[in-house]
Design a protein around this ligand. Sequence first.
Ligand SMILES: [Zn+2]
Length: 350
Amino acid sequence: MRALTLVADRKIELRDVAAPPRPAPGEVQIGIRAVGLNHLDVWGWRGMAFAKRKLPLVVGVEAAGEVVAIGPPSRASQPATGSAGIKIGDRVVAYGALTCDNCKACREGRDNLCENVGGIMGFHVDGFARDRLNMPARLVIPVPAGVSLRDAACAPVAFATVQHMLFDNAKLEPGETILVQAGGSGIGSAAIKMAKAIGCTVITTVGDDDKAAKVKALGADHVINYRTERFEGVVRKLTGKRGVDVAFEHVGPETFNGSLLCLKRGGRLVTCGSTSGQSTTINLFQLYLQQYRIFGSFGASLRNVRESLAKMATGITPVIDTEVSLAEFERGLARLESRQVFGKIIVTFQ
Ligand SMILES: [Zn+2]
């Protein structure tokens, strides 16, 4: 069977590999149909010195597919998280980190804080971009009727990350005003849709006028082209000098301090990424005098994945930039890296 395999930095090959064995007790076998690309894939592709991993590595951090085989039942496979009802032919997504299901964080449903995590799939350990793989049933989540597998492939990482950022960390509430940085990105576009769905006012930034029209169409109330306008000044004007309740960050040093400046007193900044670099300095006087709250956010819980799929079933669907074939995986990553995307890039299996 086929597997997209990272063999060296910036070198991914479509390899013929052995099919997985019959699933063990407590496991299911998934036939992968669609993989969603994320900046995490770009980091892994570029090579990250801090990531403990061994090459060759099967890539792909989030995906959707169909259950093609089920392991024999065992007492240990009846998890509290409840995937026992999964049958052959079910459409599913899988949680992308090998959590232990046993530590305090796992037992409390804070899966992304697992104390004994075995790695992030597609980044530390073999990922989803292969024809079939076995997964622990407790990490497999059914896709609701009416949600396409192409859209569902964006649930485990892109949508669930945004769900976790906005609602678990920043605790965004109806009627609040939010600044969404880079609204044309996969997670930015999801943040706009989720915030509008609960009745927030959304201010967003984009890098060109073409994207400005597209984020307006998603429902953004105000759009700022950060290349032609200083977004901090525009946000202050739009909010009557008050500032926003929440800033949604993932761009990094290029925008981080500006996003802080956009907050009202006691405002919340939540960040899950740093595509423009790793470090910045912040003004500590401003941090405590303005009583800002800053949340680092990475990944999501199993609950967040289920919530994301439920949102998709109500019509809050991901914005898809392009669909590419397996052979075009690297082309997709290059497009994502260049930030020329509007929404998500999906790799489809045929
Ligand atoms: Zn754990």
